[in-house]
Design a protein around this ligand. Structure first.
Ligand code: ASP
Length: 340
């Protein structure tokens, strides 16, 4: 089997341009190299996907770690997960603040606790106990500026259906209006900022698989919201008997159809990674509209797959024997033969 790693930098509505696009591309390339270094060192696929995701969390160009989106109150809280296909070991964290590498915290949940998912304060305590690198409380200026912009745009739009939520959330803070539900596909209600979440899937020379995902979640999400990225079977899944998958898009859609599970079960039934990914995102589009989901996968034969129903999803692929990674950005960009 050829050791290989495939990463994505999020399924999004907006294609980037210029220096921002270059930085994003460089980040994808750095991530696959970081993952491949672990595969070459024999550290296994879990270490490979963790290293790839850590690289993107540290980068700042992605919606994960340093570059995470901000919630309605202007705070960062992250979701992440990892899974090892050999024994179905999994670890995840949700709504975590102040942790630069949520993916490493997710791995710590897998390796150092008897649980699969820790959230909020409990997860943060584990991170502190392990001395994991903190994330600066103040988000980068670029993120703050985007937040101001999105928030202003949202306040200019009548929020609906918000009466019930508003009553529930009435905290006295006039500007704490809940965001419209991110129901993609509903006319006039494009989702805010599903993009740039990061994920990775890897296979080693022994055919062992792993998957990882990390995100700051949707822009302007309600504080406390946890998306698909912390949920095994939705945001990711790895099973050496079938394949590994990592999803991106509107968490509220992905959760309802257990997107990663759908990809894995299709591969278990014999579909290639590419066919399984394409079918899963087509299914998401059928139920929730276009612009809702993207996914990457590697099947048990070591073939890669990547598909999205959004216009854009950065992805990079590096297999043993390749000199340079293949990088794709727009959804329409043709993928190399390995992806068929
Ligand atoms: N799936 C992520 C979430 O809903 C967002 C993304 O993929 O960009 O939290």
């Amino acid at each position: 089997m050829r050791a290989a790693i495939l990463v994505h930098g999020g399924a999004g509505q907006n294609c980037r341009a210029g220096e921002r696009l270059e930085r994003y591309r460089r980040g994808l390339v750095a991530a696959v190299h970081a993952g491949m270094a672990e595969l070459v060192a024999g550290s296994g696929p879990l270490a490979a996907v963790e290293a790839a995701v850590r690289s993107m969390e540290a980068d700042g160009a992605f919606n994960a770690g340093r570059g995470s989106s901000l919630d309605l109150q202007g705070q960062i809280s992250c979701d992440a997960a990892v899974m090892r296909g050999a024994d179905l070991a999994a670890g995840a964290c949700g709504a975590v603040r102040g942790v630069l590498h949520p993916v490493t915290l997710a791995r710590a949940v897998l390796e150092r606790t008897d649980h699969v998912l820790l959230v909020a304060e409990g997860a943060e305590r584990l991170a502190r106990a392990l001395g994991l690198e903190p994330l600066a409380a103040e988000p980068p200026a670029e993120q703050r500026a985007r937040w101001e912009q999105l928030r202003a745009a949202r306040q200019a739009r009548p929020a609906r259906p918000s009466a019930r939520l508003r009553a529930l959330l009435a905290t006295g803070a006039e500007d704490d209006l809940p965001p419209p539900a991110p129901a993609a596909g509903e006319p006039g209600r494009a989702p805010t900022g599903a993009a740039d979440t990061v994920g990775a899937v890897a296979i080693d020379a022994g055919g062992r698989l792993a998957a990882a995902v990390s995100t700051g979640g949707l822009w302007l999400k309600l504080p406390g919201r946890v998306g698909d990225s912390a949920i095994i079977g939705a945001g990711l899944l790895a099973d050496d008997e079938a394949g590994a998958a990592s999803a991106t898009g509107i968490g509220e859609a992905i959760l309802k159809i257990s997107l990663a599970r759908a990809v894995i079960e299709a591969m278990r039934a014999g579909a290639s990674a590419q066919a399984a990914c394409a079918a899963a995102v087509a299914g998401a589009a059928r139920r929730f509209g276009a612009g809702t989901a993207g996914v990457i996968a590697i099947d048990r034969a070591g073939r890669p797959g990547a598909a999205t129903n959004t216009p854009f999803m950065g992805r990079a692929w590096l297999a043993a024997g390749m000199d340079t990674p293949w990088v794709g950005l727009e959804a329409s960009q043709p993928q190399p033969p390995a992806f068929r």
